[in-house]
Write a protein that binds this ligand. Structure first.
Ligand code: MG
Length: 174
């Protein structure tokens, strides 16, 4: 049985597409840095890509659990070239700020529609966006600090190579 309004259903479908697009963006960044020989940075963006797919899956599972209808739309093209890690992390922060605005809009719509279950589900994403922005900002600071110091970039690349993937939200990923 459908227990979700068409407005919310459509908005969640749009958000699923944004999460998939985010994944596509980070996968593109990963391959850009792979081609430049920065394997650690490529690893970091590959994990970021996997997290975005997990975000999309959370929305998919949620919509299905409400008897909604998941409709997958085409994923728009993404940029393919970033000259430096700093440029890519600046683009990452800018993108995550846009995603935060989208989550906030969805939250406002859930309030407007008095859909408290959707509001509750979105709380996880509100907190997640704070973390995403904070992480990007920290990496911008680090890459700004080292500038074009090759050894510094090598060190950071080595550090980012240690990032491993963990399911961002096992509780909601039923
Ligand atoms: Mg996301």
């Amino acid at each position: 049985m459908v227990t979700i309004s068409k407005k919310i259903n459509d908005a969640i479908n749009a958000q699923i597409n944004w999460e998939m697009w985010s994944g596509y963006l980070y996968l593109s960044m990963a391959n850009n840095f792979e081609a430049m020989g920065h394997k650690g940075i490529a690893n970091w963006f590959t994990i970021q890509y996997k997290e975005e797919l997990a975000h999309a899956q959370i929305f998919i599972n949620y919509l299905n659990s409400r008897g909604g209808r998941v409709l997958l739309a085409p994923i728009a093209a993404v940029p393919t070239e970033w000259a430096t890690p700093l440029e890519a992390f600046k683009a990452t922060l800018e993108h995550e700020q846009n995603v935060t605005a989208l989550i906030n809009n969805l939250y406002a719509l859930a309030e407007e529609e008095k859909d408290f279950a959707t509001r509750q589900m979105l709380n996880w994403f509100v907190a997640e966006q704070v973390e995403e922005e904070d992480t990007a900002r920290t990496l911008i600071d680090n890459f700004t600090l080292i500038g074009d110091n090759g050894y510094g970039i090598y060190q950071l690349d080595t550090e980012l190579a240690t990032r491993t993937y963990t399911d961002p939200s096992p509780l909601q990923n039923n």
